[in-house]
Design a binder for this molecule. Sequence first.
Ligand code: SAM
Length: 281
Amino acid sequence: MDKFGKTAQYIAYGRYLEHAKGDKALFQDPYAQAFAGDFGKEFMEAIATQVGTTVNILADYVAIRTKAFDNFAVEAVSAGGCRQVVVFGCGGDSRSHRLLEGVRVFNVDLPDVIDFRKTILEPRPQVIEVAADLASPETIWPTALTNGGFDASQPTLWILEGLLMYIPPTDQVRLLQAIETLSAPGSKVVGDVFNNAYMTAESGQPLLTEWSKWAAPPRTDAAIEEPETFFGRFGFDVEVKGYEHDDLNFGLISEEERAWWAEHPRVPGEEMPRNLHFFSR
Ligand SMILES: C[S@@+](CC[C@H](N)C(=O)[O-])C[C@H]1O[C@@H](n2cnc3c(N)ncnc32)[C@H](O)[C@@H]1O
């Protein structure tokens, strides 16, 4: 697994820890442990030690994001009317196997990640794995989607979870332009981005320094300050949520932290480190 795919193993370990809560878990992900491997565990433990937090707190953030996007995806393919789902930078995402039924799912990532996925997820007729570099001037994935039965006349849910912070700005724009071209009315986006302060705040540097020893770090130039404006350029009306939103954090963050975030609501342009979650309205 290259330095990008390794980031997916960290996230998979967070999902595994939530899964391991059993009856108390927000979701079950029976594939997460295999995706994480030993590396995902070692990586998350090293980050926790280095930045003076606990693995459980780091894992909770992963669980919150997973559950929020799970809920959105289920709604989008049922009441929302999306007939197909494309998961960009899918890493160890197993929604095609554990969550989504009755729709075609396209999982897109770098070739070695797709190869790794094929050793873990059993093949299914409705699930198409697509190897593509999304940070390349060659946009090969739309053809692969079409060959796999993608229908541009039907609404699509596009998932961009934990991806855009690794993609240079020109490639972000190219990706969104292609998405816009392929989006029938009713299509939706969901995902997350980091703002500038997340990348540059002094308080965040120990984490980023440690992270870069283990895997590809997020790119400073990939920060997106206002997802509303960014996605609006490509025809998507999005709502942005942070951890202060109760329907995002599922009570998993402490009362103190929740209160702190509630007192520091997101203001576009405000210099506070944020992981901004965006959801089509
Ligand atoms: C932090 S992981 C997130 C994985 C998954 N979305 C999740 O939330 O579990 C980032 C993923 O983006 C993928 N990625 C990064 N750069 C990419 C690129 N240029 N083209 C395709 N995938 C890329 C990585 O390989 C990795 O699987």
